[in-house]
Design a protein around this ligand. Structure first.
Ligand SMILES: Cc1cc2nc3c(=O)[nH]c(=O)nc-3n(C[C@H](O)[C@H](O)[C@H](O)COP(=O)(O)O)c2cc1C
Length: 443
């Protein structure tokens, strides 16, 4: 079978655009309503998507947003929500974000194994280490742990979770009423893990799940994040705007995976993509302009100030040029880049924040279905992507547009499936079911 794209939808409240919730077609209360997610997952499944992905954080992470109150910051908890969506769907993968810094492995091993059972093998875990101070302050910590510490914990965490997922042999539950034997004790395995962060006996109280291990998803972009992804990640999300950088990232992850004893094909790399699509370019541009016009200046400005390393722009004329950054401090490469972009293209402050606030690190494509399919085909065929994480600007409209317009174009080109095959998420992603460590040891 020829290689085809894998598609996920990135679900963030009412969409990726900071003003998505103000779009006239959007229910602004949707992030707290079950029907919103039900509608989204049904649209994504109609579009034959591989993954329905719920982003998450354990705090209102954006202090400016908290102060301004102008962006949606309340939404439902992912694992609870996906458990409710599981019986309403048949094929799509259900991916929840969960933190290794603010959870215990036993809890997550149990919850994801349960979701895998509830969904007949469609659960996935987006492993994050949580990097914000705001999250630390919700978990009795004065300071967010250093990245090295968080990633060391994450590695031990994932190891332990996989061990717990192997607690029960695949055929351990004999439940023999005649003999009065529920499980042969030798088919149940304590983990007896002693490590730097965790001391866990096991076993789990959930039997081995349909996929063996729920799918492991990862999106770290620091050196440690990339190492973790290459070692354990099966789907890697990433923010890339240039083809050459995306190719380099793709190559790096696959090479590191090989060094860790895996195959290049054991990993699917899915960069984010923010599409605004319409039958003609002028209609697409109009749609985009409508969205942009809804961005509140205080929100745009707060985003820009954040990317400029906290420089205050209050009192500046929004329709005037960006002032020079105050001297005497160090700026990130991102801040320098924004200043040179503003100078080069003679952008006003308003124009600059409109550019910055939109896709936040991901490619923004405003065009026809063919334009968007061209972009996807190039990245897919030139070693930069195995698929994409679609980030609609507003929901559900941006997702409906993609499913109704771009998916048929991809199918016409033979780049995307025309029906679901396989019974578990792993099978649809082209992966085999991992054997339990005890089954391997007994071979
Ligand atoms: C597409 C994408 C989605 C992400 N979703 C989340 C999320 O839902 N929650 C979260 O805490 N971090 C999320 N992250 C952040 C990553 O987990 C990671 O912390 C970030 O890329 C920085 O990498 P580092 O931790 O290795 O420095 C996401 C990153 C990407 C690229």
């Amino acid at each position: 079978m020829s290689r085809t794209l894998h598609l996920g939808v990135f679900v963030e409240t009412t969409g990726r655009h900071l003003a998505g919730w103000r779009h006239p077609d959007v229910d602004p209360q949707a992030p707290m309503r079950f029907q919103h997610y039900r509608q989204l997952v049904e649209i994504a499944e109609r579009g034959l998507f591989d993954l329905f992905f719920l982003a998450d954080g354990l705090a209102v992470r954006d202090r400016a947003a908290e102060r301004l109150g102008r962006t949606p910051k309340a939404h439902l908890e992912p694992l609870t929500l996906l458990a409710a969506l599981a019986p309403l769907t048949q094929n799509i993968g259900l991916i929840a974000t969960a933190s290794t810094t603010f959870n215990e492995p036993w809890h997550l091993a149990r919850k994801f194994a349960s979701l895998d059972h509830l969904s007949d093998g469609r659960a996935g875990w987006n492993i994050v280490t949580s990097s914000s101070q705001a999250e630390a302050e919700n978990f009795s910590l004065a300071e967010i742990p250093a990245p090295e510490t968080r990633y060391r914990r994450a590695e031990e965490f994932v190891e332990v979770v996989r061990g717990l997922w192997d607690s029960w042999d695949d055929d351990a539950l004999v439940a023999d009423q005649q003999q009065g034997l529920y499980f042969p004790p030798h088919r149940l395995h304590a983990l007896d893990h002693q490590g730097e962060f965790f001391s866990i006996r096991g076993p789990l109280t959930v039997s081995r799940s349909p996929q063996g291990y729920p799918l492991l998803v990862q999106a770290g972009s620091s050196a440690q994040g990339i190492q973790l992804g290459a070692k354990y990640g099966e789907v890697i999300y990433t923010a890339q705007t240039q083809l050459a950088d995306a190719q380099q990232f793709y190559h790096q992850i696959k090479s590191l995976a090989e060094q860790a004893g895996r195959q290049r094909d054991d990993i699917r790399i899915l960069p984010g993509l923010f599409p605004v699509v319409a039958p003609s370019r002028s209609e697409a541009a109009e749609k985009f302009e409508q969205l942009q016009s809804l961005l509140h200046p205080e929100v745009g400005l707060a985003q820009l100030e954040h990317h400029l390393g906290g420089v205050s722009l209050s009192g500046c004329d929004l329709d005037g040029p960006l002032p020079d950054l105050p001297p005497g401090r160090e700026y990130t490469s991102r801040a320098e880049l924004l200043v040179s972009l503003a100078r080069r293209d003679r952008l006003t402050i308003r124009q600059l924040y409109q550019q910055v606030g939109v896709a936040r690190g991901h490619p923004l494509l405003v065009g026809t279905p063919a334009d968007i399919a061209d972009f996807m085909a190039t990245w897919f065929q030139e070693g930069a992507a195995d698929g994409f994480n679609i980030m609609p600007g507003w929901l559900p409209g941006g997702l409906i547009d993609f499913v109704d317009q771009v998916v048929p174009e991809l199918q016409r080109r033979g780049l995307f499936r025309t029906a679901y095959h396989g019974s578990t998420l792993r099978e649809r992603m082209g992966f085999s079911r991992p054997a339990s460590r005890y089954a391997v040891a007994n071979k």
